[in-house]
Design a protein around this ligand. Structure first.
Ligand SMILES: [Zn+2]
Length: 162
């Protein structure tokens, strides 16, 4: 019986890291490299791929930042209709914008270099209503260590004099 794990959370919360762990354990991962639709719906291309994987009996993990949003949770579940015997798991990272944006602003990977852009997205998403589906696992966000030290402008922003 295949399992699908939906992973959601803010930018910098650790979703892709978790998906990488699951990939190394044999799960097929659908990450965020699918174009979003204009109206903010889930990518039909991505979720038809998910349907194929599950029909083939493959354990799958779906990284989808915005699945804290209840209507999108329903959309995701609708894509599972008609596929027999799928176990559904949800892993949601805590709505902790401080930690997530700290990570976004500190990481240096080439895939997601836009820390300030991600912080802006987090500032918007953190204020929306968050729903953790029944049975969801909620994970705290691991805060990456700062390797810059006291000179770090993210950890120690320069404040205007009063
Ligand atoms: Zn720092």
């Amino acid at each position: 019986m295949p399992t699908v794990t939906f992973i959601f959370g803010l930018c910098g919360s650790g979703k892709s890291w978790l998906a990488g762990q699951m990939s190394s354990e044999g799960a097929e991962v659908l990450d965020e490299g699918f174009p979003a639709t204009v109206d903010g719906s889930l990518s039909p291309e991505k979720y038809s791929r998910l349907q194929e994987l599950l029909r083939d009996g493959k354990d799958s993990a779906v990284v989808e930042a915005t699945l804290f949003h209840e209507p999108l949770q329903q959309q995701a579940l609708n894509y599972l209709r008609g596929i027999p015997k799928v176990e559904v798991k949800w892993i949601g990272f805590a709505n902790d914008a401080d930690a997530a944006s700290h990570n976004s602003l500190h990481r240096k990977d080439k895939v997601n270099p836009d820390g300030p852009g991600h912080k802006a997205i987090n500032d918007r998403w953190t204020r929306l209503a968050w729903t953790f589906p029944k049975g969801a696992e909620t994970r705290p966000i691991y805060k990456l260590p700062c390797l810059v030290g006291p000179a770090c402008s993210v950890c120690n922003p320069v404040r205007d004099q009063p």
